[in-house]
Design a binder for this molecule. Structure first.
Ligand code: THU
Length: 131
């Protein structure tokens, strides 16, 4: 599969996952999909809670699904929202992406189809690590 096809597939999975978002407090549904080193795709959406701080982002939902399936290496992650500008992952999710993919690609898309690309190293310079 070409890189473009992979990216399109990953984004399509993220949009599909976003349908299941539970975001009644923010009204900001987010979808995410991760491509693991073995070529599998896992997706997730944000799930909020009346006790706001208990909410979980789409990216971590997707990554934790991958890890629960035994996948520990992330090649790429896609994040989709209906925001005016394609939204990069929040700081907490950046640290979680870093844990499983030091060279991960991050792609974000919004509803008009604007895409933005980064590496996790760009998004999270000087990541926290035990050393
Ligand atoms: N959210 C995500 O799912 N991913 C992010 O990277 C940032 C924020 C969710 C959390 C919350 O449910 C809503 O978006 C508004 O912050």
């Amino acid at each position: 599969m070409s890189e473009r096809a992979t990216e399109d597939t990953l984004l399509a999975e993220a949009w599909r996952a976003r349908e299941a978002a539970y975001a009644p407090y923010s009204n900001f549904p987010v979808g995410a999909a991760v491509l693991t080193a073995s070529g599998q795709i896992f997706s997730g959406a944000n799930v909020e809670n009346a006790s706001y701080g208990l909410s979980i982002c789409a990216e971590r939902t997707a990554i934790f699904a991958a890890v629960n399936a035994g996948e520990r290496r992330i090649q790429a992650i896609a994040v989709v929202t209906a925001a005016a500008t394609a939204t990069p992952p929040c700081g907490a999710c950046r640290q979680v992406i870093w844990e499983f993919g030091r060279d991960a690609w991050v792609v974000a898309e919004n509803r008009p189809g604007e895409r933005r690309h980064w590496t996790i190293r760009e998004l999270l310079p000087n990541a926290f690590e035990f050393s």
